[in-house]
Design a protein around this ligand. Structure first.
Ligand SMILES: Cc1ncc(COP(=O)(O)O)c(C=O)c1O
Length: 400
């Protein structure tokens, strides 16, 4: 008898239903492959929303975690530990910035960025006290805290969670004129995803990000790039901004930084920006803990080789070529960069959820978003054959 049905029921019994997972119960994983409680194998084409860029249980990351578990796991930031300096120095170098501030989840990195930008606005730019505003984009996804959902345009994410945090101006994504018009003397930052992941892997029009960079510089506004999902190899470069020749004032990082083992996020910026924070003004008990730093330092070292960015760029070509071949055969559009793709399924055929369920039956796991869209974001260790396999399974699902 299969164990999955009762395991699915058990998983739901005492749980808030804030997710609608596929009915699959995973018990082990390696590289790009997952195994469920019934021993069935699945190709992971979501990679924990890019938290598993290096695949499941990458040997170097597991070794770093094991070694650290045997030495020291937590000190809090009240004391300094011996994994902290290397992590901060190496991540700062990877980002080309002076300083980093480690946190845990992506949402915390975003919150940190907002706080730093506001403080910078008051203390450095000279914004009128209490009047700082931040320009954000329609269709954004930056996390789930009350402040972050305050400027979400997704009603599911936002409705009934008010009263909302003021101080945000929402403009259409990709519209430079609208963004420029929204900046006033109290604007401290523009906060954008260089590619909107949750929205369906939406790539902005050419010239948009360089244009944002230019206007931010001209108007003395911080450009904050939320690279929590797009960064750390996913798009075929260390940062998606890099592919547009853009250097933001602040990077927000998360997901893959924790190597799929521990939640690690960080804000990276120069000293004139991050230096506004003084002791007692921001922090987190777990942020920058020894286990997190040990794993994340190894992540930074993996990225410093350039191998994963290269794989993502090269294999991404293959993935996108395969997917483009399905446009008109069940797909209406394909977007993305590197090993990251948003596919719009012909709504006349099936929903994104149905497509993901059928893919699951064929041993491929992916995730739908916004009705008829599917995101593919396989681990960057995926092989050519595995990409071809995923595309073939999708083709079979679309062919009915
Ligand atoms: C661009 C972006 N920012 C922030 C977040 C929030 O990260 P977390 O779920 O770790 O809080 C996400 C999560 O999907 C994201 O994609």
């Amino acid at each position: 008898m299969l164990r999955t049905p009762s395991a699915v029921r058990d998983a739901e019994r005492h749980t808030a239903h804030n997710y609608h997972p596929l009915p699959v119960v995973i018990s082990s994983a390696e590289g790009a492959w997952l195994t469920d409680v019934d021993g069935r194998r699945y190709l992971d084409c979501l990679a924990g929303y890019s938290a598993l860029n290096f695949g499941h249980r990458h040997p170097k990351l597991i070794e770093a975690a094991h070694t650290q578990l045997d030495r020291l796991t937590l000190t809090s930031r009240a004391f300094i530990h011996d994994q902290f300096a290397d992590f901060c120095r190496e991540l700062a170098a990877l980002c080309g910035k002076d300083l980093v501030l480690p946190m845990n989840t992506g949402a915390e990195a975003v919150e940190t960025g907002i706080k730093v930008a506001r403080k910078w606005g008051y203390q450095v730019k000279g914004v009128t006290p209490g009047q700082a505003n931040i320009v954000v984009a329609e269709g954004n996804f930056h996390g789930r805290t009350t402040t972050i959902v305050s400027f979400s345009t997704d009603e599911d994410a936002r409705a009934d969670f008010g009263p909302y945090t003021p101080g945000f101006t929402v403009v259409p994504y990709g519209d430079l004129a609208a963004l420029t018009a929204a900046i006033d003397e109290n604007t401290v930052a523009v906060l954008l995803e260089p590619i909107q992941g949750e929205q369906g892997v939406v790539v902005p029009p050419e010239g948009y990000l360089p244009g944002v960079r230019e206007v931010c510089t001209e108007r003395n506004v911080l450009f904050i790039a939320d690279e929590i999902q797009s960064g750390l190899g996913r798009t075929g470069a260390t940062f998606a901004c890099e592919q547009e020749g853009v250097v933001p004032d602040m990077y927000l990082l998360g997901k893959a930084l924790g190597g799929g083992i521990v939640p690690v996020s960080a804000v990276a910026a120069n000293a004139d920006v991050l230096g506004v924070l003084k002791p007692g003004q921001h922090g987190s008990t777990f942020g920058g803990n020894p286990l997190a730093c040990a794993v994340a330092t190894e992540v930074v070292r993996l990225l410093a080789t350039g191998e994963f960015q290269r794989r993502s760029a090269e294999l991404g070509e293959r993935l996108h070529a395969g997917l483009r071949g399905l446009v008109g055969k069940g797909l209406v559009a394909v977007r993305g960069r590197g090993l990251w793709a948003g596919l719009d399924i012909d709504p006349a055929l099936m929903t994104g959820r149905e497509a993901c369920e059928r893919l699951m039956e064929r041993g491929v796991l992916a995730k739908d978003t916004h009705g008829s869209t599917i995101r593919l974001a396989p681990p960057l260790v995926i092989t050519e054959e595995e990409i071809d396999h995923a595309v073939a399974q999708l083709a079979a699902v679309l062919a009915g």
